[in-house]
Design a protein around this ligand. Sequence first.
Ligand SMILES: Cc1cc2nc3c(=O)[nH]c(=O)nc-3n(C[C@H](O)[C@H](O)[C@H](O)COP(=O)(O)OP(=O)(O)OC[C@H]3O[C@@H](n4cnc5c(N)ncnc54)[C@H](O)[C@@H]3O)c2cc1C
Length: 386
Amino acid sequence: MKHDIVIIGGSSAGMTAAALLAEADFAVALVEPTAGPEPGGALDKRTVALTAHSVQLLDRLGFPWEQRRYCDWRQVVVEEADSPVPLHFRAEDTGRASLGRLVEIPELNSGLRQIIAAQEIQVYQESAREMREQPAGVQVLLSQGQVLEAGLVVAADGAESWVRQQLGIGLTWHDYQQQAIVAVVTCNRPHAHRAWQRFTHGFPLAFLPMAASGAAQYSLVWSLPTAEATRLMCLSDADFITELQKNMARELGQIQQISQRCSFPLVARHALSYYAMKAVLVGDSAHTIHPLAGQGLNMGLADVAVLAEELLRARQRRLPLAHLSVLQRYQRRRQADNQRMQDGMTALQRLMGTKAPLLRVLRGQTWSCIERQPWLKGLILDMAFY
Ligand SMILES: Cc1cc2nc3c(=O)[nH]c(=O)nc-3n(C[C@H](O)[C@H](O)[C@H](O)COP(=O)(O)OP(=O)(O)OC[C@H]3O[C@@H](n4cnc5c(N)ncnc54)[C@H](O)[C@@H]3O)c2cc1C
């Protein structure tokens, strides 16, 4: 089968890429072995906080928000165990209705599946097994023997990217030696669309509001050194709740219930090149980052938006989609931005975790200064939430 573009990996980044490229009239095929979990049941612990930009991108594709479960957050309180002054970031200070939108990954992916079904995008529910470069494109061999041909392959196959390995693209790698514990937590006070992030010894504990107005459910993301996370994962629910209650903000009230927990090792990866042969990387196949500021998928969606612009530009100039200048322009526009975000997160994570007395004083002063300076807060809001 011949297509303009074959996308390998059909989760959030891959499906968004497929929808955007099909909207621009490219003949697209998507390869994804899993059917994806069914949304709409109990709240799912795998959630992502989307920035205004990401929400706008999904709006542009006609994302069916009215049929999906999500929560807009209007305020974030950031606390630091050593500092008496919490930071308050409010949507009203930015002139926007919300700071971001929290959505469960199955809900997000279900909405994206609806979009690509309406666009009649060809989906192959198989794995990619082999890639062969041809003079005019790439051949992709699938697990059940199908052979696809395309001018360009887009890799959206996640952090352990099979495509990236086939292409021989190396990575920079930083193991934070931390794990993030995630769960759905129900408290006894409504969340009022407020998110909380509390740093204890530099490790962030986030409570992100979920579901409808008036609900008291939060998505918990607790990043901790691996040994401590392992200890907490082994506790009974009751003992885990006791530990959590000790560490979280009092304003959240009492925990009533907690879902099953799971944990993810935290590693920052960055591909040394975003392309090779006639293939490009987007999303987690190109980069992963500490979830501290909830930016991983937002960066992936920004990759996808830029790639779609560059492929449109190539078509207007009658260039092959995998022309070196096209791939280079895509890389130039995304790699440095993603590197800055990754460096920023690593630096912030180190600053918050420092035991050096001088740096701790500096951190405390910066903290109070941010709370008193609306322009500085505005700058941070724009960087983190837009
Ligand atoms: C604890 C935690 C909290 C986070 N919070 C946030 C947040 O608040 N905001 C945010 O923006 N990001 C957040 N992230 C990051 C975000 O979850 C990821 O960046 C995002 O889910 C990655 O999406 P993706 O589509 O690039 O990759 P994935 O979701 O990993 O999808 C890859 C897909 O490729 C498929 N695949 C793999 N191999 C093959 C193959 N050979 N052939 C075909 N298909 C294949 C897989 O089946 C899978 O469906 C968080 C991450 C963690 C760990």
